[in-house]
Every structure is written in C-alpha cells, then in structure tokens.
Design a protein around this ligand. Structure first.
Ligand SMILES: [Zn+2]
Length: 273
C-alpha cells in the first residue's frame, strides 16, 4: 500500500481512486494526513503510526472536507486536528457524513471506529499562517476552488508540499465550488515554489512529484483545462474530450466529473453561481 517512503515521509495509497494518506514523522511530531479509505487500509496506517510514534505528539491534518478525506478521522482519536476555518464552518458537514454512510452501506463495510465530522484544534485562517513544533515548521495556504475549504501545507525543513485535491497527475480539476477560486488557488503555485525549496509534492490522488518542472506542468495543464472549458461554454464550440482521455486514464468515471464541471461552469457564466 506504500507508494513512497523515506526516513520521514510515508505516502500510503488506497486501492480506491489512488487516494493518498501521508504520514510525516520528524523528531517533533507525527503528522497524519487524510487517513483513508478501506478499514484494512486504515488499520495499516494505524499500525505504522503506533510502531513509529514513540513519544511524539500526534497531529491529524485534513486537506479538505470531502468525505473520502475525512473518513478515517476517529481512527486516531487522540490526535490534535488541523483544519481550515472554512472546514470548521462548513455548512454541509452532514452531507460529508451521509456520503460516508452511503459508501459503507453500499459496500457492506463496517468500521471499528465512529464516523464523525472532524473538530479542529488548530485552525488555519489565512495564507502563510505558520505553526511551529520544535524544529518542524508547517506553513499553510488557503486553497478553495475544488471545494470551499482546502488548504496547502508545506512541511519544513523537509520541504514537502501536501496539496490536497490539487496538482494531481491522475485527475483533471474537479470543480465542486468555484472555477474562479480554483484558478486563484493555482495562481499561488509559482509563489509557493519561489518561497519554499519544495522537494516533494504529495497530491491527494495520484503520484508524488519531485521535480519542480513537473509541478509547474501539472499546474499549467489544470489551468488550461479550466480555461478551455470556459471558452468552449462561452463560444458553444465543443471541448476535445478525446484529447482529455489521452491524458487521463479513467474516462468512464471521469466523464461524470467533467460533466459536473460543465454544469457548474455554465451556472457561473450565467451568473447563477
Ligand atoms: Zn479527493
């Protein structure tokens, strides 16, 4: 289940949607990010944390409130929780929970922990907010667009960027909240790469990237997708889906996400969103 591992960072990858769960271990803390999906997968992450935690403080970070990312919250009941202010004030908490219940019901899944919406202990309110634990620094940036409450997290001095559901090589932008906000969030990418010596980018789905050029290429592809889609809707000229499926491997499910993007952006163009 491990996609990548070094002395400090372990990236677990679920069999579902290539969703990542990241565990960062420094001398100051253990940080668990978005533990997910299936019970045995979460158990593997729990075991890894139990074996390696020693006497360090345990933190849980949620990159955003989509149900797949919060599904393992109560598997780490003693952890302190880091989320954005928008995550904390999410008006649709109940919807995220219902999606978990529906998923578990559909696949006969039982869990040995409770399903609850995460309650934050440390709340991220603005760009460049920092939290320091000994020699470990976390710097946060707000990342709305995909949904309303995403955050980017930079872990230093490891120079790791945990990007949530942005900058994936496996998915084009899934826009549930706002294409304009999505573009603004991607607009932060170059600034982040200038400010921090990023050595590793960990997206919520897909492959870790080590190369700055690759990170920028993902950003540019994402921006292109959004602007092409917007232009196509404005001009009535159809977007080239064949080209999209050359790059993204799961057209069957992804067509649904693309069509949802179309509906959301149509509303935006008509001024209804
Ligand atoms: Zn996701």
């Amino acid at each position: 289940m491990i996609q990548f591992q070094n002395e400090y960072v372990t990236v677990f990858e679920s069999a579902l949607f290539r969703t990542t769960s990241t565990v960062v271990i420094t001398e100051d803390l253990v940080l668990v990010v978005d533990p997910n999906w299936l019970p045995n997968e979460i158990k593997e992450i729990q075991q890894f944390v139990a074996e390696n935690r020693k006497n360090r403080s345990l933190y849980l970070l949620f990159t955003h409130s989509d149900y797949d990312h919060i599904i393992g919250y109560k598997a780490f009941p003693e952890a302190k929780v880091i989320v954005s202010e928008a995550f904390q004030n999410n008006p649709e908490k109940e919807r995220s929970l219902q999606e978990i219940f529906r998923f578990d019901n559909e696949y006969y899944i039982t869990r040995d922990y409770k399903i609850e919406y995460p309650i934050g202990d440390l709340i991220i309110k603005k760009d460049y907010q920092k939290i320091t634990f000994g020699k470990t620094n976390l710097t946060f940036y707000l990342a709305p667009g995909h949904n309303r409450d995403g955050i980017f997290t930079i872990v230093e001095p490891l120079n790791v960027w945990i990007s949530g559901d942005y900058l994936s090589n496996e998915e084009f932008p899934y826009i549930y909240y706002s294409s304009i906000e999505y573009e603004k969030t991607l607009g932060k990418v170059e600034n982040i790469l200038d400010k921090h010596e990023i050595k590793m980018l960990i997206p919520g789905h897909g492959d870790v990237a080590f190369d700055k050029a690759k990170m920028l290429a993902r950003k540019n592809e994402n921006l292109e997708y959004i602007s092409e889609l917007r232009n196509s809707l404005k001009s009535g000229k159809k977007i080239n889906l064949e080209k999209l499926w050359e790059k993204y491997r799961f057209p069957k499910v992804m067509t649904r996400f693309h069509e949802a993007n179309v509906e959301l952006m149509k509303k935006e163009i008509e001024g209804k969103n």
